[in-house]
Design a protein. Structure first.
Length: 744
């Protein structure tokens, strides 16, 4: 048995400052313990102090502890904090991420799964290369059955703990005409031949080992006298099964998590793991941490009222001894551009009051929503950064699309040509490109001009020559329609005919749909410009507006990316049915998906320390047409006593005025319903739609002075239907749609 440290005030340091619930969790007796830790309740401190307490009281030695976190950073911080608390080393402890612990176990028993201890771990690029080899060996066409799609399918099966022979028939789907399991087996065989693993194997192999070898399982069960798990709500099936096997002997497992913050089902997380803890470990102790140290009373009240609509939860109510603070504000705007403009004005007002920009965040449901905010902030000169991903115009699919447009406008743009000449794959390989480059250097001409000359010779293989000729013909055809098509129509034509959109549609990966959404958003951005040249010039200027790395900036990110972060002020944008909750999620997952979307809303609200604002747009412009948007059902679920409703005054003043309570009831549309007028779903005394007129309803006259968000002030010189020809004071003469201007 481990020997406890001598008891003294110093050895009790890890208990100092804990509130009663935290103390109960830290000092709970051996056995299964579930700590339901709400947002901002100090879960990391509780887990760290629990670990220190087990060591201080002699209930486990460091080598007898398995502590699992979700990031390497969290593991390092936990080890450092525990060592400071107990003033001794924790060397020998199994502390790290699930994958790190899996590697450690697998290195020790690699031969039992047909590997050598020196096995390599493949990164994503290597995995894709291997999957392509498997697809080709099976005689399948990768364009129809993309490698990324098969790899995503295999990783999903590994997250569920399924080896090839255990994949159920119902899970096979139509990938490769039902041959996905066969391809999975071939992929695993190739990994074994290479003495390699992918990340999914780092849990799958140890799980298979423990399940198949009782003597090995018993050895580890007896070794780990204490198991501690952080973020238990984010575990997948394989992780859950691995933990449950290891905990069966001592049953001394502590899991800390929050079922109300389980938002990662798309990457394998199962909220059911935390919900059935008491069934897995009968007699488990449950401790709820509900005292919040982060947010004000109104913010917590709004979050609690919203999440109470979920049924699949343990149930807890956050509270604080702090001030009630400002109510959560709800603002209804005309469209996404006005939404971005309002958020920008609010941030400027906060900045004038001395609020640091680093304490402000704009959180959106989908990545494509960042564009409107990015462009508005650039116009304002407001420093910002997109957290967790590139800025809109820096994203891979947007750069690819812009490269196509650059090449249509400027045939001699070699950089654009190189980027997309074989994207999607056209059969123009590396050897052909080397020949092309060499010829271009020799002749001193651009790659496109050189390609036109080469396709008339035999210097390229017949396949490459034919593919290159077809691509050049496409470029000529697109360029010939530049004068007759709008920039948006031109982009849609190019991306469709080139096969670029089809390439992403064929990708059966979690991020493929997001890339397609971004391409749609790019088309909407083009609708604001009179020509492709003007748009490309705009993009170049936008890309130059980059905040200094060390500058204080506003954070812009998705709700998923905000998990674990906190800010003084949070703007939650785009709370509309179909966008948030996501229509795609509802169609695919029904009630289960709706509850996860609501948990995501809860996470968003609880990121705020002092101020929180929710906004939605009454209209969104899709494919060149205004579409009515219905306020999210989550708006109506916010408790009226914790909410302040804002309304744009009829006189179109820049200020906002409080309407009365209660918050209007919003009748959520059915899962598949879209497009009902927002006015029809708002009831009560408050009307939270802005008063801007719909597109085309405002009458303008020649000579009238107007303002455009992007081009500034100008005067109307000609009118053609809803198109205005305007002489702008700084941007020159341009044609714009009337809905994008307003009287000066």
């Amino acid at each position: 048995m481990p020997v406890p440290l001598p008891r003294s005030p110093e050895t009790e340091a890890h208990l100092a400052g804990l509130n009663p619930e935290q103390l109960a969790a830290v000092t709970a007796p051996d056995g299964p313990l579930l700590v339901l830790a709400g947002a901002g309740t100090g879960k990391t401190r509780v887990l760290t102090c629990r670990l220190a307490h087990l060591l201080v009281t002699g209930r486990a030695r460091p080598s007898e502890v398995l502590a699992v976190t979700f990031t390497n950073k969290a593991a390092r911080e936990m080890a450092e904090r525990v060592e400071r608390l107990i003033e001794r080393s924790v060397q020998g402890m199994w502390l790290g991420t699930f994958h790190a612990m899996g590697v450690r176990m697998l290195r020790a028993h690699a031969e039992l799964v047909g590997l050598q201890p020196s096995f390599t771990i493949l990164d994503t690029d290597d995995q894709l290369r291997l999957v392509r080899q498997v697809i080709q060996a099976a005689g399948l066409e990768e364009r129809r059955w993309p490698a990324r799609g098969l790899l995503a399918l295999i990783q999903r099966w590994k997250d569920k703990g399924w080896t090839p022979e255990r994949v159920p028939e119902a899970e096979l789907g139509d990938f490769a005409m039902g041959r996905a399991r066969e391809l999975y087996a071939a992929y695993q065989a190739r990994l074994a031949t290479l003495n390699a693993c992918d990340f999914g194997d780092l849990l799958l192999h140890p799980l298979s080992l423990l399940a198949a070898r009782p003597e090995l399982l018993e050895r580890y069960q007896r070794r780990f006298r204490a198991i501690l798990v952080d973020e238990y709500q984010d575990t997948n099936v394989a992780q859950y099964l691995w933990l449950r096997l290891l905990a069966q002997h001592h049953k001394n497992i502590t899991c800390v998590g929050d079922d109300d913050q389980s938002i990662y089902s798309w990457r394998g997380a199962e909220v059911g793991n935390i919900l059935r803890f008491e069934q897995d470990f009968p007699g488990a102790t449950i401790v709820r941490l509900e005292r919040n140290y982060r947010s004000t009373g109104h913010i917590l009240g709004a979050a609690a009222g919203l999440i109470a609509h979920n049924r699949a939860r343990h149930g807890k109510t956050l509270w604080t001894e702090g001030a009630m603070g400002e109510p959560v504000r709800v603002a209804g705007l005309w469209d996404e551009e006005e939404e971005a403009r309002w958020v920008g004005q609010e941030i400027e007002a906060l900045q004038r009051r001395g609020e640091p920009l680093a304490s402000i965040a704009v959180l959106v449901r989908a990545g494509f929503q960042t564009r409107a905010f990015e462009e508005r902030f650039i116009q304002m000169g407001l420093p910002y950064r997109v957290v967790g991903g590139p800025r809109f115009y820096e994203r891979q699919e947007i750069r690819d699309a812009i490269a196509y447009l650059r090449l249509v406008v400027s045939p001699d743009d070699d950089l654009a040509f190189e980027r997309i000449v074989n994207l999607p794959r056209r059969g123009i390989g590396e050897a052909a490109l080397k020949t092309l480059h060499a010829a271009a250097r020799s002749s001193g001409q651009s790659l496109v001009r050189t390609a036109r000359a080469l396709v008339a010779t035999d210097e390229l293989p017949a396949r490459s020559r034919g593919a290159l000729l077809r691509f050049l013909d496409q470029l000529d055809r697109w360029r010939g329609r530049l004068s007759e098509l709008s920039p948006r129509a031109m982009a849609e034509l190019v991306l469709e005919e080139s096969g670029y959109v089809a390439m992403w549609q064929a990708e059966r990966t979690p991020d493929a749909q997001g890339r397609l959404d971004n391409l749609k958003e790019l088309a909407e951005a083009l609708a604001e410009f009179d020509g492709l040249g003007a748009f490309l010039e705009h993009v170049a200027l936008v890309m130059e507006n980059t905040a200094d790395a060390g500058a204080e900036v506003v954070s812009v990110m998705t709700l998923h990316g905000a998990k674990g972060l906190e800010f003084d002020t949070v703007f939650l944008a785009g709370w509309e049915e179909g966008l948030f909750p996501s229509q795609r999620a509802l169609d695919e997952g029904g009630t289960r998906a709706l509850e996860e979307e609501r948990r995501l809303a809860y996470v968003g609200i609880t990121r705020a320390r002092r101020r929180c604002a929710v906004s939605f747009a009454a209209n969104r412009r899709l494919y060149g047409h205004w579409t009515s948007a219905v306020p999210s059902r989550f708006v109506a679920e916010l408790p009226a006593e914790h909410v302040e409703v804002l309304h744009r005054s009829p006189a179109a003043r820049p200020d906002w005025e409080l309407l009365g309570d209660p918050l209007p009831a919003v009748r959520p549309a059915p899962f598949r319903s879209r497009g009902a007028a927002a006015e029809r779903v708002l009831e009560g005394r408050a009307e939270i739609l802005a008063s801007r007129p719909p597109a085309g309803s405002r009458s303008f006259r020649v000579g009238e002075r107007i303002f455009h968000d992007m081009f500034g002030y100008g005067r109307i010189e000609a009118i053609d239907g809803d198109k205005l020809e305007i002489a702008f004071e700084k941007a020159g003469r341009k044609k714009v749609v009337d809905s994008f201007v307003k009287p000066a």
